[in-house]
Design a protein around this ligand. Sequence first.
Ligand code: BDR
Ligand code: CA
Length: 309
Amino acid sequence: MDNRRIILDCDPGHDDAVAILLAGNTPGIELLGITVESGNQTLEKTGRNALNLVQYFGLDIPVCKGVPYPIIKDVEVCSAIHGESGLDGFDFPPLTIDYDKRGAVEYIIETIRSSKEKITMVTTGPMTNLALALRVAPSIVENIEEVVLMGGSFTNGNVSPAAEFNILTDPEAAYIVFGSGCKLTMMGLDVTRKVLVLPEIVERMEKVGNKASDLFCQLMKVFNQNQKRVFGWEGGPLHDPVTIAYLIDPSVVTLQHVHTEIDISHGPSYGRTNCDMPDYLKRETNSFVAISVDVQKYWDIIEAGLRRY
Ligand code: BDR
Ligand code: CA
């Protein structure tokens, strides 16, 4: 595996929490910093959750607060799945750390510009911060190795027939990023809905018996109850860590190189990641879209990540 210097842009979030856990302590992945935005909850709450996670895992990295709103839309949160706090199910010790003084957009630009090696941007929430950074400083594209996102779907969505939550929360941001010329790798619902935290997965992770598995299992129990109530799943899909699992072992997913365009038409398909899998339109490819996932390998990666704490 290549050594990756990454910035994780997120909206924690139960599955974002596991992505942080995995990115924070994996050889070959250097987590430089975390940027947050509104998404699963308001910015105040996702930011607080990120600080709590960073403190809990003892990560010595900046947490930078992003913009509080999507580019055009109003804030729409996902409390049905992630609860009122955005991370219901775990009691963190009192918070003693604070945000970095730089805002997320400033931090992303500064870090990418000043890095000798290219930076990988991982996004597990709406893409607002990255889109604004690309608009303010378009030349950062040259020093971005890859953008790996959890978002979208080449089939159906999870919040509308067409759209997935992260993309529909800020479609204009996704439109900017998909049109930026960055190498894009998209982990959509097509694969993330295959990695379900079934009760046997929780039991397996419980056996790890450390602070990371403790957090994982407590969070996942609440996540699963909410997923069952809303979607009827026995185990909720652990979407966001697929991004980090791919960086750890790219063979965990199979990718197809296609043209993807984000629908910003404000019609019924608003927020759809229109992936031209059959290549009908003969447009230039701009994205690697995950089409399958090795579920066994994924849980092995998650378990190994928990064990490193
Ligand atoms: C995405 O939406 C959020 O609720 C999750 O954290 C994930 O990033 C899945 O659609
Ligand atoms: Ca998320």
